[in-house]
Design a protein around this ligand. Structure first.
Ligand SMILES: [Zn+2]
Ligand SMILES: [Zn+2]
Length: 157
């Protein structure tokens, strides 16, 4: 029973922790030294893929490694690996499906929960440069009114 609880807790750590990792990576790596990859996502896409998609591959790697060791003797690593993979799936469906409409997803974009997150990410895309963007999170976002204020005050500066 305790093992099961620990397993579930680690799964949730993987799932929730990835939003923090995603925020930090987006803020300091994508809008930092790997802007050369991420830039493609802040400009118009030509074709089915963009250089920014490489981040999905990079993020999938730790999950694949953890799942591998999880299936080969370390079951708790499986929980962590599956938690990370679950975040990846939700992120992909939300960010690429719901917001950027690259493929259809079974979510209702009019629902307040998703609407708020879609608006927040659109505000992130209001800036096409490395500096000056707001809202680096995906599932945990600040109120849209606050983001708009921040964006406006950055533009004045
Ligand atoms: Zn960005
Ligand atoms: Zn985006």
């Amino acid at each position: 029973m305790l093992d099961l609880l620990l397993w579930i807790a680690l799964f949730l750590v993987g799932l929730g922790g990835m939003e923090v990792v995603a925020w930090l990576t987006h803020r300091y790596v994508m809008h930092g030294f790997l802007w050369c990859w991420h830039k493609s996502h802040h400009s118009e896409r030509h074709g089915a893929f963009e250089l920014n998609d490489l981040f999905a591959v990079v993020f999938a790697l730790p999950s694949v490694v953890l799942i591998y060791f999880g299936l080969n003797g370390y079951p708790l690593l499986l929980a962590l690996g599956l938690g990370i993979a679950a975040y990846g799936l939700v992120y992909f469906m939300f960010h690429d499906g719901l917001v950027h409409r690259r493929f259809p997803v079974p979510f209702d974009r009019q629902r307040a929960f998703w609407k708020k997150r879609i608006q927040a990410h659109r505000l992130h895309h209001a800036v096409e440069t490395r500096e000056g963007a707001v809202s680096f999170g995906f599932l945990l976002v600040r109120p849209v009114s606050k983001l708009k204020q921040e964006l406006a005050s950055r533009r004045r500066r």
